[in-house]
Design a protein around this ligand. Structure first.
Ligand code: MCN
Ligand code: CUM
Length: 795
């Protein structure tokens, strides 16, 4: 007699519901920061340093002040009078807001002009005269550590050189012992180039300080509005309840919108000084030259192997170039983020990582770009190393991985660097991938093609990603613990509004969170409106990055729905005139156990919460849940690529790419596939075409889309996605794991491994990304590795 709803029909868990936010995006009715216009609003532009390293002898802004329409010129000295010339970074360093003593990278913010319109402000920036004394420039870790290298951060006490940190983790003695027992030691040196998230929308803010109410409202492009509110309260010493941060629609974040940028700070100060709204919208070059870089890491690795293929131990050393300020956006105390999540999928007895970070005359880097804090580098290193080791042993790539995988019954598993992984079916994912790509068959074809001089290659990559920062025991941002939240209000007609502490930037939270509510309460998803990003209305949360939203805020959505259901059960018992113990639940409806026909819907309970509650019950049907996850979630994936390399040109084409992702229970399979497709596209871009580099003077090569290439639909290969492996997360209320970054994390190594596999027999062991045709051609014709960042032509 049950009348259980069809969950898919109401848009619940597992429904490929169309993205509700797209209704406004595809009609041009989104509301991005630059769409907002406030009465009396002024415009701010930033003057950036043309030099990478120079002492500032003087700044003369008098001509800028004289230009009609200019309201304010901000310089470092003025910021200093308010103690705002420098700001703290998320990695316990300091960063210049506007330069006072020196400029330390090309594109650094030196002054701001606030004017009636952005064109006047830009012109006025050009009228500012700055006398620079050029200084020697450092663009890589080797130069940073050379004898006699200029000290970039001479503003800091106790900073005699350019080394930011020396850090280690793992078991040094155990790893040394493993290497002593090894039959084979495999070695590899890699470079992961500097890259940029490059969202369509650049960064920006509109600060609106109202003297009459003492309230500061800031509309801005941030992935973590509550963190910004806390930072403004603490740094600018404004009362927190008088600060409202609003993230409206965001045109892609990809990590670029996690940090706090000087432009935000300057627009806020300008609005306070002028008592007018001040808008700052970054231009594309400003975005590419100064904000949110990622990677820029040199990796050295060694693997101790038994000749039967068992991995005995791993040594890793990383040299990371952080630019002029150590502003890695990451919530752990680990200096190199979660780099030591490497090899989590493999059963390895001992591992040791040493990490050194250095300053250089580049924009601050180390923001995670679609990567849970350097997991991209960790997985790239891991899977390139796995391929090299299998080759050195003369073993099959797939067999070597399979024999070293953590087994399905070995969870929770302690990784060689101390993480605890939750669940997975690694061998099964690999098998699905191999079958899909036709592994045996391809190997045969490859051998035949080789005889005719054609170079075919197959690359395998796997990835595990620690997603969901925190838990609060281990993760915090400047002392604020990591957890997240959801608030659900059911109106009397059974319609609802849900707010969370996360902030979507294109991932589709407005669609998927409603699906979790539908699953838990049986309310049609379309009856639940989702709102995020306004600190005056949303419950406190840590924002969206590290694919933490589903693992943490998504869990909070499930938990708050369950709180609502618990109260609704009491209302149902009252309406049905039975005791609560006699009430059963099925999707959307409570009924009497002994008389299943007698039931009330969740909507009837909602009405009763406002019109017919039992004596003594608090009216209304709303609640909030804060969720502190017991662990990270650990999705797994296998990516397999086949390529053909043209030895005459170095051009390589993707023949096939197969992706097997296990992110636990999928809330919305279509959105998950979209996430994977986007991540694979970015992975392809990194492997194939994308990098930012610097010439010897520190000029940024990659500050525009002529130099920094984005793949279009034309060059992006097709991807075949598989979803048949589902290992529910054992500690997440609906069994979901994060997915937002996996493909970008695991993808690059698959492409590179495929090209290197195609060159098997030529003696080429490594070509560093990006695998541009000239680099591949050089490797093939010269039969040698091509390492490091692509050289810069200065002619
Ligand atoms: N999802 C699901 N089932 C799962 C896991 C996730 O249906 N088992 C859905 C979620 O409900 C959500 C989406 O997939 O709608 C991504 O969820 P999740 O993995 O939790 O990641 P976040 O929402 O926290 O998004 C952050 C992640 C990061 S850190 C980067 S970087 C990145 C990414 O998302 N930036 C993006 N994907 C992006 N996609 C777009 N369009 N724009 C960005 O800026
Ligand atoms: Cu890792 S870039 Mo995302 O964490 O916003």
């Amino acid at each position: 007699m049950t009348q259980a709803l069809d969950e898919i029909k109401i848009g619940g868990l597992g429904a490929s519901r169309k993205r509700v936010e797209d209704d406004r995006f595809i009609r041009g009715r989104g509301n991005y920061t630059d769409d907002i216009t406030l009465p009396g609003m002024l415009h701010m532009e930033i003057l950036r340093s043309p030099l990478a390293h120079a002492r500032i002898r003087s700044i003369d802004a008098s001509k800028a002040w004289e230009i009609p329409g200019v309201h304010l010129v901000l310089t470092g000295d003025m910021m200093a009078t308010r103690n705002l010339a420098w700001m703290p970074t998320l990695s316990y360093d300091t960063q210049a807001v506007l330069a006072t003593d020196k400029v330390r990278f090309q594109g650094q913010e030196v002054a701001c002009v606030i004017a009636d319109d952005p064109y006047i402000a830009k012109d006025a920036c050009e009228a500012i005269e700055i006398d620079y004394e050029p200084l020697p420039v450092i663009v890589n870790p080797t130069q940073a550590q050379a004898d006699g290298a200029p000290v970039i951060r001479d503003d800091k006490e106790n900073q005699p050189d350019n080394v930011i940190f020396d850090w280690e983790v793992g078991d040094r003695a155990g790893t040394d012992a493993a290497f002593e027992q090894a039959d084979v030691v495999s070695k590899l040196k890699l470079h992961y180039p500097r890259s940029h998230p490059s969202p369509i929308e650049c960064c920006g803010s509109i600060a609106d300080f109202n003297r009459a109410t003492s309230k500061l409202t800031v509309y801005m492009t941030t992935q973590a509005p509550h963190i910004i509110r806390a930072a403004v309260a603490l740094v600018a010493e404004l009362p927190e309840h008088m600060i409202r941060i609003v993230s409206p629609d965001i045109g892609g974040g990809f990590g670029n919108k996690v940090p706090v940028y000087p432009g935000y700070v300057c627009s806020i100060l300008a609005s306070i000084l002028l008592e007018r709204p001040v808008k700052w919208i970054e231009d594309k070059t400003g975005n590419l030259i100064s904000t949110g870089f990622a990677r820029d890491v040199y990796l050295h690795g060694e693997m101790a192997l038994r000749k039967d293929g068992k991995i005995l131990g791993v040594r890793m050393h990383t040299e990371s170039d952080h630019g002029a300020f150590f502003s890695d956006a990451q919530p752990s105390k680990f200096k190199i983020g979660l780099m030591h999540s490497a090899f989590a999928a493999y059963d390895i007895p001992a591992a040791h990582l040493t990490a050194r970070g250095t300053y250089s005359n580049k924009a601050p880097g180390g923001v995670a770009y679609r990567c849970s804090f350097r997991v991209t580098e960790a997985m790239f290193f891991q899977e390139r190393m796995m391929q090299a080791a299998a080759s050195d042993l003369g073993m099959d790539q797939a067999d070597f991985r399979r024999m070293n995988f953590v087994h399905d019954d070995d969870f929770p598993h302690r990784t060689p660097f101390g993480f605890l992984t939750d669940s997975g079916q690694y061998a099964k994912c690999l098998d699905v991938g191999l079958r899909a790509v036709g592994y045996e068959d391809f190997r045969r074809k490859q051998a035949e093609a080789r005889k005719k001089g054609r170079l075919l290659g197959l690359g395998i990559s796997t990835m595990t990603e620690p997603l969901g920062a925190g838990n609060s025991r281990e993760y915090d941002i400047l002392g604020i613990k990591m957890f997240d939240s959801a608030e659900l209000k059911i109106h009397m007609t059974g319609k609802a509004i849900l707010r969370t502490g996360a902030k979507t930037q294109g991932q589709g939270h407005e669609t998927t969170w409603a699906q979790i509510v539908a699953h838990e309460l049986g309310l049609p998803a379309e009856d639940v409106v989702v709102e995020e990003g306004d600190t005056d209305t949303a419950p406190f949360g840590m924002g969206t990055y590290a694919s933490r939203s589903t693992p943490v805020a998504g869990a909070a959505v499930a938990m708050v729905s369950r709180k609502i259901r618990a109260k609704a059960r009491k209302l149902a018992a009252h309406l049905l005139e039975v005791s609560e113990e006699d009430v059963e639940w099925e999707l959307g409806r409570f009924y009497v156990r002994s008389a299943p026909d007698r039931g009330v819907t969740i909507q009837e309970c909602a009405m009763a919460a406002y019109s017919n509650m039992p004596d003594g019950m608090e009216p209304g049907l709303e609640n909030t849940a804060y969720y502190d996850p017991p662990n990270l979630t650990w999705p797994f994936a296998v990516y397999i690529v086949t390529v053909e390399v043209d030895p005459a040109t170095g051009v390589w084409d993707v023949l096939n790419m197969v992706a097997v992702d296990d992110c636990g229970v999928r809330i919305n399979p279509m959105i998950v596939e979209g996430q994977i497709m986007g991540g694979l596209t970015e992975a392809y871009a990194m492997a194939n075409m994308q990098f930012i580099t610097f010439d010897a003077e520190g000029n940024c090569i990659g500050a525009n889309y002529m130099d920094y290439l984005l793949p279009s639909a034309w060059e992006t290969p097709g991807f075949e996605m598989h979803s048949e492996v589902v290992t529910p997360c054992p500690h997440h209320p609906i069994g979901a794991k994060g997915i937002g970054e996996c493909a970008a994390v695991g993808g690059p190594a698959a492409f590179v491994n495929a090209v290197i596999d195609a060159l098997d027999g030529t003696g080429v062991r490594n070509i560093d990304m990006p695998l541009l045709p000239d680099r591949v051609w050089e490797a093939v014709t010269q039969r040698r590795d091509v390492s490091g960042a692509p050289p810069v032509r200065t002619d």
